[in-house]
Design a protein around this ligand. Structure first.
Ligand SMILES: NC(=O)c1ccc[n+]([C@@H]2O[C@H](COP(=O)([O-])OP(=O)(O)OC[C@H]3O[C@@H](n4cnc5c(N)ncnc54)[C@H](OP(=O)(O)O)[C@@H]3O)[C@@H](O)[C@H]2O)c1
Length: 329
């Protein structure tokens, strides 16, 4: 008998997620497999901030969506024998019966001998977000000044390191002194705890006379409005995320950023990483090379236990994760 555990949406999110939003359900998925089908067991799952915003995909009573790294445990498909590691977009579930392997099994990155969990982080969606979202939109040049917030997280820590690889001066903001110490270890030129410092004063110190060329924004809200006031004329801004606003229940009333955008003639562009999906192999290849060369370092915040997925997810909005949030089953 195969019992699948899955986390479903008990009630719609309203403000910060709470345990009342989640319900653990058990489902018997014992079935005789047909030719071509495989049964997979989750090894690592991911929680990401976007799961809070994707309500259109989250029906009440439905399984929460997301990727996982899983192992084939029963196979009627010679392409995926028992033991094969696969990447699935099957949601928050412990077991998955894959009926259409061609569609449901996602292409996995070439991992060399890296930890498999990186397929959900540096070598997966967050890694490609940093790679393409920064390089394509900010177009950083050697000697330029790059600002990134959410800097110790899955995406932000990579953006800062890629900026260093490109020969930029890097300023990072994160939510604790410990996180900032790590950013300095990674080579960030300046790292500030946004909970302790005055953001304007910090930026006047790190980027005097409005000298930020590129701003990679993970946070949104008042931080963004302030940061836009420190940009150089014709600076580039990549709008990646707005985590400070994901749990808002009312529309912000200001201050609004438009005058700062106008006066410094900024190019501001939002993106969804899947716009570059066709080019992911290119990003993965370079990321792998940088990891092997020691130019990119990664940190994972591993929560043990499928039962703790909601806790790990809620922690994203409290800054509880230090590095990419991963669930080890
Ligand atoms: N556009 C895309 O295609 C795309 C793809 C992936 C991710 N994203 C976005 O990129 C951002 C980072 O994602 P990630 O996966 O790398 O997450 P992450 O940074 O690993 O985790 C979230 C972090 O956000 C910070 N945070 C939470 N609430 C905050 C607040 N009110 N103000 C400031 N910081 C806050 C916390 O760190 P501190 O301790 O520093 O506060 C927390 O640890 C998110 O906004 C996400 O939605 C966008």
């Amino acid at each position: 008998m195969v019992i699948c555990k899955k986390w479903t949406l008990a009630q719609r999110f309203d403000g910060k997620p709470t345990s009342a939003n989640f319900k653990l359900v058990k489902e018997d998925i014992s079935e005789k497999l047909n030719d071509g089908e495989v049964l997979c067991e989750a090894v690592y799952l991911t929680v990401d901030p976007y799961m809070r915003t994707g309500e259109a995909r989250n029906a009440v009573g439905g399984t929460l969506f997301g990727e996982q790294v899983a192992k084939v445990t029963v196979s009627k498909n010679p392409k995926y024998p028992v033991g094969t590691i696969v990447r699935l977009m099957s949601g928050w579930r412990s077991h998955t019966l894959v009926k259409d392997a061609g569609k449901e099994i996602l292409r996995s990155a070439e991992m060399s001998d890296l930890p498999l969990s990186l397929m959900l982080g540096t070598m997966g969606m967050p890694g490609m977000t940093a790679y393409f979202g920064f390089l394509e939109i900010c177009q950083p040049k050697k000697g330029e000044t790059v600002l990134v917030n959410g800097a110790s997280g899955a995406v932000g820590s990579l953006v800062g390191q890629i900026a260093k690889i490109k020969g930029c001066k890097v300023i990072g903001f994160a939510g604790s002194d410990e996180k900032c110490d790590w950013l300095k270890e990674l080579g960030f030129d300046f790292a500030y705890n946004y909970k302790k410092v005055d953001v304007d004063a910090a930026l006047n110190e790190a980027a005097p006379e409005n000298s930020v060329d590129c701003f990679f924004d993970n946070v949104g809200g008042t931080f963004t409005v302030k940061a836009l006031n420190h940009m150089k004329t014709f600076g580039r801004v990549s709008i990646c995320g707005s985590i400070s606003a994901y749990n808002d229940t009312t529309l912000p009333t200001g201050p609004l950023p438009f005058f700062n955008i106008l006066k410094s003639q900024l190019k501001v562009e939002g993106f969804i990483v899947y716009r570059w999906h066709q080019r992911w192999q290119e990003g993965e290849k370079e990321m792998l090379q940088w990891i092997k060369e020691g130019k990119i370092k990664y940190k994972e915040h591993v929560t043990e236990g499928f039962e703790k997925m909601p806790e790990a997810f809620m922690g994203l909005f409290e800054g509880s994760n230090f590095g990419k949030a991963i669930i080890k089953v």
